[in-house]
Design a protein around this ligand. Structure first.
Ligand SMILES: *Cc1c(COP(=O)(O)O)cnc(C)c1O
Length: 479
């Protein structure tokens, strides 16, 4: 081996074999992390030395020190929050991305990285049914996709009033009205805050029982703010129910009032990749901007999100910066013209690999399989004693609630019981679900968006829930 090879090979080979063991053992190890905060701190807070150690030893010790502190979220029995796994090709491409270590700010800094993003943008727009002419940016997640899209929206609605927000800032700008689904994800509020709007400037849109914006409410709110520059924020995929707003009815109303329509489609936008589910997001392609994730349903490793903007010029005006020392390219796509980051990893490669591994049909089958597993999980668990089905999945998300069997209890007892059940299921290591609040009551959320989840994983998770329930119900009846 040459010296340079000796510098890298032992550490990289150790990482490869540990990664493969981890991914294989996910099926036979507890899905939830087992170590507590104190032991992780003790394990990881090793001596920080003056001289350091050889790379191989560092990696060996890292592998040992994180033991018990890694959730099995890359495996098939993790149904908490909304968290995808990592497809083999995407994972391998992610490693190469680190090895190639390109600065994907500009074509000049990483030519292949820039072109891979260009290609990925076209493929994503195609499978998601978005306008071919839309601009795009590959960002860290849906949070930054909101920031990117809403910066473009801010530019456009103020430019229409003859105001240049990139030069003038918001101090003397006409007041922008933000009108948003009241069940929106917190990342929307954070993006608004970062862009100088402030959370309190947002007008909530009332929703129906599933979390979908009501037509009359949108029309009423827009009538009230008529004439003001307005941004309407809708969603594809409520985090609890996966419900999509009725875009085909709402967007024409917003357009009638001259509003910009932004869609939070973190995972729900992927419904459009499936012939079976795309009706749920009918009309979504008529919005002005869309934010979504690659690290959730597409199963690209963290972190990866996508922003799309129908009016490319507004997007570019909001992001682009020309400095004399930077080498912009006349023909290629410079990511910096579209992205909020300056230096950044070449995040096009993992997405490129994921889309190539799956193909169009593979993306559709992934979406459909996850939805089927979500429905199966919810319906099977709902048949167990003391379980209420709160929301049957229409996409990949569903809700369940557990009832304390003692007579005469009020809802707060069932809230507490539900949280206990969720914690005890996690402790079995058989499945991982997380809790949420729905219409003011505690529920267990079921979310499936991992390519690895199989029917066997579903049955095993149901058996895990069954064991906990029978143990808890027996203990109650003995009291
Ligand atoms: C996960 C999620 C987000 C935030 O996405 P990040 O990728 O975590 O930034 C936004 N909206 C919805 C509906 C989500 O599920």
């Amino acid at each position: 081996m040459t010296n340079v090879e000796q510098e890298y090979a032992p550490a990289l080979q150790k990482a490869l074999s540990a990664a493969i063991s981890h991914l294989v053992e996910l099926d036979s190890t507890p899905v939830a992390a087992t170590a507590d905060l104190h032991s992780l701190r003790t394990q990881l807070n090793r001596q920080f030395t003056d001289e350091g150690f050889p790379a191989e030893r560092v990696i060996q010790e890292l592998i040992e020190d994180v033991k018990g502190g890694i959730h099995g979220s890359a495996g098939g029995r993790f149904f908490g929050w909304v968290i995808g796994g990592a497809l083999p090709a995407a994972l391998a491409a992610d490693w190469l991305t680190a090895a190639w270590d390109q600065n994907a700010a500009l074509y000049a800094c990483g030519p292949a990285a820039a072109v891979a993003e260009e290609v990925v943008g076209l493929w994503l727009k195609e499978i998601l049914g978005l306008p071919e002419t839309a601009s795009f940016a590959l960002v860290t997640g849906c949070q930054m996709a909101h920031c990117t899209c809403l910066a473009a929206a801010r530019h456009a609605v103020l430019e229409q009033r003859g105001f240049d927000v990139e030069s003038e800032g918001l101090w003397n700008a006409p007041q922008i009205c933000i009108v948003a689904n009241q069940q929106r994800h917190g990342s929307v509020d954070r993006a608004l805050r970062l862009l100088g709007f402030g959370c309190r400037s947002t007008i909530d849109l009332a929703t129906n029982a599933n979390g979908q914006v009501l037509l009359v409410d949108l029309e009423d709110r827009l009538r009230e703010v008529r004439g003001a520059p307005t941004i309407v924020i809708l969603q594809a995929g409520d985090i609890n129910t996966g419900a999509c707003d009725p875009f085909h009815e709402l967007i024409p109303i917003a357009k009638k009032y001259g509003a910009w329509v932004h869609v939070d489609g973190a995972f729900g936008l992927w419904a459009t990749a499936s012939a079976r589910f795309k009706h749920l997001a009918q009309g979504i392609h008529t919005a002005d901007s869309w934010a979504t994730d690659g690290h959730k349903w597409l199963n690209v490793p963290f972190d990866c999100g996508y922003a799309f903007v129908a009016q490319a010029n507004s997007h570019q005006a909001a992001m682009s910066h020309r400095a004399a020392y930077v080498t912009f390219d006349g023909q290629a796509r410079d990511q910096m013209d579209w992205n909020p980051e300056w230096s950044r990893r070449a995040r096009g490669f993992p997405t490129y690999a994921a889309l190539r591994q799956l193909g169009r049909f593979g993306v559709a089958r992934l979406v459909e399989r996850c939805c089927d597993h979500a429905a199966s999980l919810v319906n099977r668990i709902a048949q167990l004693p003391g379980v209420q089905k709160i929301y049957e999945p229409t996409l990949n998300q569903g809700l369940l609630r557990f009832s304390d069997p003692r007579p005469g209890l009020d809802e707060s007892h069932h809230d507490q019981w539900t949280d206990e059940v969720i914690g005890e299921i996690q402790a079995t290591g058989e499945a991982f679900f997380t809790g949420s609040a729905w219409h003011g009551r505690r529920v267990m959320r079921v979310s499936v968006c991992n390519w690895r989840t199989t029917e066997e994983d579903v049955l095993r998770a149901v058996r895990g829930v069954e064991q906990i329930l029978s143990r808890k119900l027996n203990a109650r009846s003995l009291v």
